[in-house]
Design a binder for this molecule. Structure first.
Ligand SMILES: CC(C)(COP(=O)(O)OP(=O)(O)OC[C@H]1O[C@@H](n2cnc3c(N)ncnc32)[C@H](O)[C@@H]1OP(=O)(O)O)[C@@H](O)C(=O)NCCC(=O)NCCS
Length: 183
């Protein structure tokens, strides 16, 4: 498969990220509310966003759906708009069909079902093309929107990982979720 992908669903499109996307990604990555529970800090300038995009793009040669832009389709917006990213990254070369799910959306776009639609679209595309045995996802125990989304996707809570995320000098606990038997 080509390392660049585009996947369409009803309201959104998922596509490989490009360096030229940096201003749209910076627009939400600079927001402290967005990165509050993430294992990366808010971007203080566009150089940080460009570094972040370079790291993402360097992974495409290993796995094409490791992190994709989420764009709103024309039915949802007047012009092309990146609202966030989502990815499935293989966990370990010895377990090539086990993936970690990660996602982030700009705050203006929360609570509209876009992350749910993006996750379902990405999971079914990746399963069809690469076969998924298991998906893992970690989220801070305070990140209610995130774990509600994981549960809506049918993921099961497997346990708590103590002091898993380092945020502003404090350690946060995470829940570990998993999904198996993907159709
Ligand atoms: C977590 C995140 C991606 C959810 O995206 P989203 O598009 O808002 O999620 P959805 O609209 O698809 O909602 C899925 C479920 O989450 C819950 N939820 C999401 N936003 C909510 C809100 N504003 N209020 C209440 N519940 C909410 C609901 O239970 C919802 O299910 P429902 O629509 O049946 O009620 C988004 O909040 C985000 O980007 N947060 C910051 C980054 C982050 O923390 N990423 C996760 C790291 S583990």
């Amino acid at each position: 498969m080509n390392s660049l992908v585009t996947i369409q669903s009803k309201r959104i499109t998922l596509r490989s990220l490009k360096i030229e996307d940096y201003l749209q990604i910076f627009e939400y990555s600079k927001n402290l509310n967005v990165t509050k529970f993430l294992n990366w800090d808010y971007h203080k300038n566009t150089e940080e966003t460009i570094d972040y995009l370079n790291r993402i793009i360097s992974l495409y040669k290993y796995f094409p759906t490791s992190n994709l832009a989420i764009l709103l389709n024309e039915s949802e917006t007047e012009s092309e708009k990146i609202i966030g990213t989502i990815g499935l990254l293989p966990k370990n070369p010895k377990l090539p069909n086990q993936y970690e799910l990660g996602f982030v959306l700009g705050e203006n776009w929360w609570g509209k079902g876009y992350a749910y639609e993006a996750a379902n679209t990405l999971i079914s595309f990746t399963n069809k093309n690469f076969k998924i045995e298991k998906i893992l996802a970690y989220c801070a125990t305070q990140n209610i929107f995130s774990f509600r989304l994981l549960e809506k996707l049918g993921m099961k809570r497997e346990g708590i990982i103590k002091k898993h995320i380092l945020k502003n000098g404090d350690f946060l606990d995470s829940y570990l979720y998993s999904l198996q038997n993907i159709k």
